[in-house]
Design a protein around this ligand. Structure first.
Ligand code: C5P
Length: 301
């Protein structure tokens, strides 16, 4: 008896970052778009909580209680007076430490999988609440589609999207720590007046219309200067994608994965080939978004 949940990666088409708050977090206007790269999280009853992981980057995934999947199981079990005795297996396809919310995806996936396995019947609201306790990006991994995240990114308002967008992702050699990138943002903006973050109306309109050219004209990631400062080689990857015809080239979230919006599936393949041939990244992925949020694919039998 086991339950498998499929959960998507995300790209931030707008990441507007405000000044650091007293609690150390930053207020955001975070426009998330789920894209079709997925982790699959399978939970099976076991003698005790245990995590395993498979996939090309599996060796980089922590298998202890710091893994958001473990924390999700523990949090749900604690609320319902259960023991979190499950084997959680993560089939990992989302880049690790890449700025695509791979760890958050596993948290949301494990939460939905355990809820289904244990029959806890948690409401959507309770699941989203637990997700928000686990991390700023975890609620969106559960929701999928597109959404505006405010607060530290956890307060979500679903957004309408009028079409599918073609994306290429270039995986970098190495990772970036999210707190380190926010720290670098603070250093770079020290002494300046950081405006309150706000979603751009023209960007929301472009999403609603499914208009890739208009979306490309308005994408913006306020963490990009900080990510480039810590990982300067990403500038070359971005330049290669733009030269190959990407409508927009940007760092995904806190990086170091870079994201390229293409005008068509054919153009996406061309951008991907150019990126691979350039030697400025370790791998490329071609996909599209929006993608659905966490979904049970193989229920308990
Ligand atoms: O919420 P999460 O655990 O994903 O955040 C990881 C780190 O990213 C935080 O400890 C903080 O340093 C930074 N962060 C932030 N402001 C946010 C979200 C994350 O400063 N809105």
């Amino acid at each position: 008896m086991s339950v498998t949940v499929r959960v998507p990666a995300k790209v931030n088409v707008q990441l507007a970052v405000g000044a650091a708050r007293p609690d150390g977090f930053h207020d955001l206007a975070n426009v998330f778009l789920a894209v079709g790269l997925y982790d699959e999280v399978t939970v099976t009853p076991a003698a005790e909580l245990k995590i395993t992981c498979s996939g090309p980057d599996a060796h980089q995934v922590p298998l202890d209680a710091s893994n958001l999947a473990a924390r999700a199981a523990i949090a749900l079990a604690a609320r319902h007076g259960l023991a979190p005795d499950v084997h959680i297996h993560i089939a990992k396809d989302i880049p690790v430490a890449g700025g695509m919310a791979g760890g958050s995806a596993d948290g949301a996936g494990a939460l939905l999988a355990c809820d289904t396995l244990w029959g806890t019947g948690a409401s959507r609201t309770e699941l989203l609440e637990i997700c928000a306790e686990l991390g700023s990006d975890v609620p969106f991994s559960l929701l999928g589609g597109a959404a505006l995240g405010t607060g530290r990114g956890e307060l979500l308002e679903p957004l309408p999207v009028g079409g599918s967008f073609h994306w290429v992702f270039a995986l970098a050699d190495g990772g970036l720590s999210t707190p380190a990138v926010y720290g670098e943002f603070d250093r770079l903006t020290a002494g300046t007046d950081v405006p309150a973050p706000a979603a751009k109306p023209e960007l929301l309109a472009a999403l609603r219309a499914g208009d890739a050219t208009a979306l490309a004209a308005s994408v913006v990631n306020d963490l990009q200067p900080a990510a480039l400062s810590l990982f300067p080689a990403l500038a070359r990857t971005l330049a290669v994608g733009s030269a190959a015809g990407a409508l927009a080239s940007l760092v995904s979230g806190s990086g170091p994965t870079t994201a390229f919006l293409a005008k068509s599936a054919e153009s996406a393949e061309e951008v991907a080939s150019a990126l691979l041939a350039s030697g400025t990244c370790r791998a490329v992925r071609v996909t599209s978004g929006p993608a659905p949020g966490a979904t049970v694919v193989a229920p308990a039998v």
